[in-house]
Design a protein around this ligand. Structure first.
Ligand SMILES: [Zn+2]
Length: 159
């Protein structure tokens, strides 16, 4: 299994980006426009394209195997995620808590003292591990939101 897989997600399956980032997989979101741009980025950065666009499958770089594309079947995000995980045999517990869900940047560990003024008091009292996104400066902690998403993922992958 290739653990360093990277992705580019077409805007027609955009919700996959957050799920893959949550698992720890480097995932770009392609905002739309010219497909050739997405294909060029995927080739240059060695990324797997995830899309519902059948046109891309006919491109020579795809048919000759130079570029890996997964044609997503469902329009339901959880099924889409499952298809990707199963097709590539991804480890859905690969690297949780490593990437910003919004901008795909690697999170940086922060001391509790550093975030005191940046998180709600009840969070500060109950959480000890914090990560910050160097790009958007969101602070992440393991409680609440993250836990809820992890549970959802776990339930879905096991069920
Ligand atoms: Zn960010």
């Amino acid at each position: 299994m290739a653990i360093n897989l990277k992705f580019i997600v077409d805007n027609n399956v955009g919700k996959l980006a957050r799920w893959l980032r949550m698992m720890g997989y480097d995932t770009l979101f392609f905002a739309g426009g010219d497909d050739s741009q997405m294909v060029a980025t995927a080739l240059a950065e060695d990324r797997v394209i995830l899309t519902r666009d059948t046109q891309i499958m006919r491109r020579r770089v795809v048919t000759n195997g130079r570029l890996k594309v997964i044609l997503i079947k469902s329009d339901e995000p959880e099924r889409q995620m499952r298809q990707v995980v199963e097709t590539l045999n991804l480890d859905w517990q690969f690297q949780p808590f490593a990437l910003c869900l919004e901008c795909n940047q690697s999170l940086v560990a922060r001391d509790k003292q550093q975030v005191q003024d940046l998180v709600p008091p009840y969070v500060f009292q109950t959480q000890s591990q914090y990560m910050e996104c160097p790009a958007c400066h969101r602070i992440y902690w393991r409680g609440t939101h993250w836990q809820a998403m992890t549970k959802k993922l776990e339930k879905f992958m096991k069920g």
